[in-house]
Design a protein around this ligand. Structure first.
Ligand SMILES: O=C(O)CCC(=O)CC(=O)O
Length: 258
């Protein structure tokens, strides 16, 4: 598995498909890793160069010693594109990854052909909520929040229908480095793009989960209204819609990237 040295830290990434094809970068949500995109990578790699990475503080990418902020998460993507000699790419991020996508659309528009912003918002939760969660995992470890994750991520019907998939993701969350998770909670505590998203010029598709209690369909509709020309699509899913409605998400992404 390749690693990239960025700002003194290590970023773990994976590529699938032919580097001669158009590139799409996939960015994970809080508490997951690049494997969350297995279905989409398989669906896209026949005619795209799929680049996915473990967001800083997740999977095999350590958080590093400096505090993490949204700019750092965005600059990691630019460093990855530079490292792979890719001038322009499409970008698809979910939740925290979708906030990274908004930051990139605002600060590095020349690098992106399209943005897909899934289950995300210009402001997710509240500063107090994120700082409390960060303190909780720093003190008590990941178990403190892992038990409730399934209910925040998936609908009750999906949890009942696909217990093995849900258990695998929650187990991975439990094994996640608490310091890395907390550092990204702290980044989200300070991330607020509400005043800036209207400056995004890249073609943009917002994907909202109809049953998402975290980044709601109203959050998606607000983003669509703010970003000129953005398109809004909904999926019958909760927060981790690329897994709960995996086939529909992949089809949507393929169609949008064509
Ligand atoms: O999923 C994200 O990237 C941020 C929102 C979140 O943390 C969902 C959860 O409560 O686990």
């Amino acid at each position: 598995m390749p690693y990239l040295e960025v700002a003194g830290d290590r970023l773990h990434y994976r590529t699938d498909g032919d580097a001669a094809h158009p590139c799409v970068v996939l960015s994970n949500s809080l508490g997951t890793d690049l494997s969350m995109w297995d279905a989409q990578a398989a669906a896209l790699a026949t005619d795209h160069y799929v680049v996915r990475y473990d967001a800083r503080g997740h999977g095999q990418s350590p958080a590093g010693s400096a505090p993490v902020d949204l700019a750092r998460l965005g600059q990691d993507v630019i460093a990855l594109l530079d490292h792979l000699h890719i001038d322009r790419a499409a970008f698809c991020g979910i939740s925290m990854g979708g906030m990274t996508g908004q930051w990139l659309g605002i600060h590095a528009p020349q690098r992106f052909t399209q943005l897909v912003l899934a289950n995300t918002a210009a402001r997710i939760g509240s500063a107090d909520g994120w700082l409390t969660r960060a303190a909780q995992v720093r003190q008590d470890g990941m178990a403190a929040i892992a038990d409730g994750a399934a209910a925040r991520w998936f609908t009750p019907a999906f949890i009942e229908r696909e217990p093995a998939i849900v258990a695998q993701l929650v187990d991975r969350l439990r094994e996640q480095d608490a310091g890395g998770y907390a550092a990204c909670c702290e980044a989200l505590a300070h991330a607020d793009l509400r005043a800036d998203v209207a400056s995004i010029t890249a073609p943009c598709m917002i994907v909202a989960g109809l049953s998402d209690p975290v980044t709601t369909p109203a959050d998606g509709a607000w983003l669509q209204q703010q970003i000129p020309g953005a398109k809004l699509t909904t999926l019958p899913a909760s927060h981790i819609s690329n897994i709960e409605a995996g086939a529909a998400f992949s089809a949507l992404l393929r169609a949008y990237l064509e």
